[in-house]
Design a protein around this ligand. Structure first.
Ligand SMILES: Nc1nc2c(ncn2[C@@H]2O[C@H](COP(=O)(O)OP(=O)(O)OP(=O)(O)O)[C@@H](O)[C@H]2O)c(=O)[nH]1
Ligand SMILES: [Mg+2]
Length: 598
């Protein structure tokens, strides 16, 4: 299906045309029919000669209802731009042209209506004027058809031309994140709350859990049922007019301008960096204006950075993303001031003097592809999900530009990543000079030192800085072997234990060597000594040597037999045997007996 919005000045015949094409009444309100004037959006649909389904969103032409008109064409990808041949181009035609230009709409047909009331020459002149007025918009090459809806002339040609135009519209993304701008909400007895909108991308299914971003904030909702053209479906893809029956919300709690979203997939933002696409220079627009996006209309404050860039502060947060188009309107004169392209949906706060200038320079350098490097650089480290939400990263462009290091799901600015490495190295060097026996920095302390946003980033920093990680500590490579002043005492002890492997030193001997708990722990970390319980110190080779002796004994053996075989004391034998049990090399059978595990 395709969705086409009408556009054109008041009374040019938009609703009459939609009625003639679809056989449906777009003016839903009794007041509209009585006054012969469209006030709010109307909906109708038909099937074209090719079999293609098309739905129309019929908009009002009267300038008082320009807000409704913008909500109608905001989410629509195609426009049917109508000019009455008898009346010719009008001031509101210019407003609608400006809206089409601002939204960047590129597909559509031009219809010269009410041709039964205009002679041929007049039709030609109006067409020529219309062409020149639309020259600066995406409709510059749109086909034009002359019709009289009341007499039925030109309607068959219009259907065929519309078919051709729609065939050229690129296919929408069926799998992407969903953002449905609500244009209507009402209650159906027995079903409850129903909201409608134009589904431009993504797929909707019964049972979907969505995020409703309303005027009052965000809440979860569930899709109970969905319809298109008065028919129920279990799922619907884009482009489509859809009506959703929602659970968990009353009709009064949903309004035009709200949006139904894939949860957590969109930036919800009240501040934007924008670029002028059409209309008045930003230096010449009022500070207070109306911003139209999708079906939403929100008062906003504009701070210009030159003629073409600005910062917009919205009165209400909206789900907006890089590349979205906005229409800016002057609330006083009601006219369209121009269009804007969102370049930054998540701009940094401007706190210090000079921040604004700096940010404006960045903004001026951005294009619709956004500024991935700038975004990562300004934050240092961001998660992939954040970049996806901002539209800086999609399935089609998942490559990191140079200058960014991808570490798991973190995207880190390369200079920051290097700074982390330097900082950690320097801290460890300082620590080693200060205290050679220190086990290094605990991982928690290292993370705090670098202010890492995620502990998983420490591993890559340690690796690339050429550091070591052991037992929850980060240290300089090889620093475990550097025992400073205790080195020679340990060496002396090693010599002694090499001569008698199980002659562990007594406490007073260790004290005489100057080996306290810190020195012994450092020597153990360095792999030079092994500490057993009750202050028993041996070489790391002691367990293997012990096993050689114990394996020669008759099995099972007693503690006393083991002590004799190892030529040692009970003080050493008991902790050593327990250590061997713990390793699974020996097994304790009962209070008095063990055997070697083979
Ligand atoms: N003679 C003639 N009159 C037409 C034709 N199309 C529309 N009209 C008349 O023009 C008037 C306005 O038509 P609408 O279809 O309501 O115009 P509209 O563009 O929908 O107007 P708004 O929605 O208020 O902007 C009505 O009186 C129609 O009968 C046509 O092809 N020929
Ligand atoms: Mg109308």
């Amino acid at each position: 299906m395709h969705v086409v919005a009408t556009a054109g000045h008041v009374d040019c015949g938009k609703s009459t045309l939609v009625r003639a094409l679809t056989g449906m009444e777009p003016d839903r309100w009794e007041e509209e029919r009585r006054r012969g004037l469209t006030i709010d959006l109307g909906y109708a649909w038909t099937t074209l000669p090719s079999g293609q389904d098309v739905a129309f969103v019929d908009v009002p032409g009267h300038e008082r209802f320009l807000g409704n008109m913008l909500a109608g064409i905001g989410p629509a990808p195609v426009v049917c731009f109508v000019v009455a041949a008898d009346e010719g181009w009008q001031a509101q035609s210019s407003d609608h042209r400006d809206a089409v230009a601002a939204l960047g709409i590129e597909y559509g047909v031009v219809v010269l209506s009410r041709t039964d009331r205009a002679p041929g020459r007049r039709i030609e002149n109006v067409l020529a004027r219309t062409r020149s007025e639309l020259a600066g918009t995406g409709l510059r090459n749109a086909p034009a058809v002359a019709v009289s809806a009341t007499e039925g002339t030109g309607l068959a040609e219009l259907r065929a031309v519309l078919d051709g135009v729609l065939a050229g519209v690129p296919s929408p993304d069926t799998t992407g994140r969903l953002r449905l701008w609500v244009d209507r909400s009402f209650t159906i007895t027995g079903s409850g709350t129903v909201v409608t909108g134009t589904l431009a991308a993504g797929t909707l299914a019964q049972g979907d859990r969505l995020q409703l971003l309303g005027h009052e904030g965000s809440r979860p909702v569930v899709v109970r049922g969905l319809q298109s053209r008065d028919t129920s479906y279990s799922s619907l893809g884009p482009v489509n007019r859809v009506a959703l029956n929602l659970r968990n919300v009353s009709a009064a709690e949903v309004r035009r301008g709200d949006a139904l979203l894939t949860p957590d997939a969109w930036p919800i933002t009240g501040v934007l960096g924008i670029q002028r696409t059409t209309g008045v220079a930003y230096t010449d627009v009022p500070e207070q204006l109306m911003v139209h996006a999708g079906t939403a209309a929100v008062p906003a404050r504009l701070r210009p950075f030159g003629a073409d860039h600005a910062r917009l502060v919205l009165d209400r947060q909206l789900p907006l993303v890089l590349g979205d188009r906005l229409v800016l309107r002057d609330p006083g004169s009601r006219s369209v001031l121009g269009g804007a392209l969102i370049l930054d949906a998540d701009p940094p706060a401007l706190r210090r003097r000079g921040d604004g200038v700096h940010w404006a320079q960045r903004l001026a350098g951005m294009d619709s592809a956004g500024d991935m490097l700038g975004e990562v650089a300004s934050r240092g480290a961001v998660q992939e999900q954040h970049l996806r939400r901002l539209g800086l990263l999609s399935a089609h462009k998942a490559e990191a530009p140079s200058g960014i290091r991808v570490l798991g799901d973190w995207w880190v600015h390369a200079p920051l990543f290097e700074a982390w490495q330097h900082r950690l190295r320097a801290a460890l060097q300082a620590l080693q000079e200060r205290d050679p026996l220190a086990p290094g920095l605990s991982k928690g302390a290292a993370r705090d030192l670098l202010k890492l946003p995620d502990e998983r980033l420490l591993g890559p920093v340690v690796r690339e800085a050429g550091l070591e990680e052991e037992a929850g500590h980060v240290r300089l490579p090889g620093s475990g072997g550097n025992l400073g002043a205790a080195g020679s005492a340990v060496a002396q002890l090693e010599r002694r234990l090499t001569a008698g492997a199980f002659h562990a030193p007594e406490a007073d001997e260790l004290a005489a060597l100057g080996l306290g708990p810190r020195e012994l722990a450092a020597a153990e970390r360095a792999g030079r000594l092994m500490l057993l319980r009750d202050g028993v110190v041996l070489l790391p080779t002691a367990p293997a040597l012990a096993m050689r002796e114990l394996a020669r004994l008759e099995q099972p053996f007693t503690t006393s037999q083991a002590r004799q075989a190892l030529d040692t004391t009970r003080r050493v034998a008991v902790p050593l045997l327990e250590h061997l049990d713990f390793r699974g090399w020996t097994r304790r059978l009962d209070a008095g007996h063990r055997s070697v595990v083979r």
